[in-house]
Design a protein around this ligand. Structure first.
Ligand SMILES: NC(=O)c1ccc[n+]([C@@H]2O[C@H](COP(=O)([O-])OP(=O)(O)OC[C@H]3O[C@@H](n4cnc5c(N)ncnc54)[C@H](OP(=O)(O)O)[C@@H]3O)[C@@H](O)[C@H]2O)c1
Length: 345
């Protein structure tokens, strides 16, 4: 590596916290939720220690890589049947085959609504309740691409999961206490557009920037989870979103080599490993203390609120995002009659 390359990489490393939105707004404990005994050093195995999840069914999207793989591994280790999705059946099968416990590989390509529906149908064919639906898969694109009428990151990270949750909602109702867990990011408040969801630019045609597009999709993840919690408030199903930490995974795979190196170095030195990166997901998906906690945002295994100007609790945008998402997925949406289930039965 020559001096010029070294200087370029140093600059990218220095910029990496901004790219992953690590600096910035105040993050403080959400006083509506009891503090957990876990923190940023806890691992997925720590937060599920002693748990017996046998008889439970978890769906983990993007289970062949990074945080999703570790989430699947630990939930299966604790006895759950984990439906692990991959963009192809072969990828899902390969991942599931390396995990101890009960797993079922299913193909899910979130950019294809047909694939989302087919994935949901495969899960429905199991004829069992879904206890945990973990919307983990994610992409960080580099170029503007329009997918299903929207910018690609938004279409994959948000719309694909919006539809998947819709198609499995009745299976979550059937569970003793269904949980939807949406893996968002700090980027949702650290680097999303200042106006929040860009309703007049959902396809990116009025301006596109890689970091901002990813952050925009992650804000959509957080607002979707919040609105879902509101809509399910009379049921036993909860919905929460989270930031997993900064973890050296494949998430920056499509970025430039320089950004990729910068991200890897930054995440490698100051971030979490995969075991720690899956802890908040596993905590939110399983901890008995969270049975009635819904509509919250978690970091480092605790519910947090974010200070400063951001749209994390913007209920108006959350409701509008729901309507727009319905419009964009309309022909594929299932319409379920909500079963009469009381919150305490
Ligand atoms: N790593 C971090 O620092 C960080 C920070 C904040 C939030 N997150 C979030 O954490 C989640 C997991 O990411 P990760 O860090 O574990 O990254 P990762 O290793 O790249 O895993 C992402 C997973 O999503 C899948 N995926 C990508 N595009 C998809 C599509 N079109 N349809 C279906 N699945 C698709 C990937 O499949 P392939 O392997 O086939 O591409 C992979 O299984 C993401 O939502 C990400 O935004 C990560």
């Amino acid at each position: 590596m020559d001096r010029r390359e070294f200087l370029k990489i140093s600059a990218v490393v220095a910029a990496a916290p901004a790219a992953t939105a690590c600096a910035g707004p105040d993050v403080f404990h959400d006083e509506n939720v009891t503090m957990s005994p876990f923190n940023e050093d806890s691992t997925a195995e720590d937060v599920t220690a002693g748990m017996d999840l046998s008889g439970k069914v978890a769906v983990v999207t993007g289970s062949n890589s990074g945080i999703g793989y570790e989430t699947m591994r630990v939930l299966a280790l604790r006895g759950a049947l984990v439906v692990g999705t991959g963009r192809t059946l072969a990828k899902a099968q390969e991942a599931c085959a390396t995990v101890q416990g009960l797993t079922m590989p299913v193909a899910l390509e979130l950019s294809s609504f047909d694939s989302v529906v087919a994935c949901a149908e495969s899960i429905r064919a199991l004829n069992v309740p879904v206890d945990m639906l973990i919307c983990n898969a994610g992409v960080r694109g580099v170029e503007l691409e329009i997918v299903n009428g929207a910018e690609r990151d938004f279409a994959i990270n948000h719309l694909g999961h919006f539809l998947l949750v819709n198609r499995l909602l009745d299976k979550l109702y059937e569970a003793k206490q269904g949980r939807v867990v949406v893996v968002s990011s700090r980027a949702a408040y650290g680097s999303a557009p200042p106006e929040g969801i860009q309703f007049d630019n959902l396809d990116g045609s009025h301006g596109f920037d890689t970091s901002s597009a990813y952050a925009h999709s992650k804000l959509a993840n957080a607002l979707f989870s919040r609105e879902l919690a509101k809509r399910l408030s009379s049921t036993r199903i909860t919905s929460n979103a989270l930031h997993p930490g900064v973890i050296k995974t494949n998430i920056a795979r499509d970025s430039s080599t320089l950004l990729n190196i910068g991200f890897s170095l930054y995440a490698g030195f100051s971030g979490k490993n995969a075991a720690e990166g899956a802890a908040t997901t596993c905590y939110v998906a399983t901890d008995p203390a969270l049975a009635t906690v819904s509509g919250r945002f978690f970091e480092d295994c605790n519910a947090v609120r974010i200070g400063g100007r951001n749209h994390m609790e913007d209920d108006e945008q959350a409701a509008r995002l729901w309507d727009v998402s319905e419009e964009l997925t309309r022909p594929y949406l299932a319409t379920f009659v909500k079963p009469e289930i009381s919150t305490d039965s």
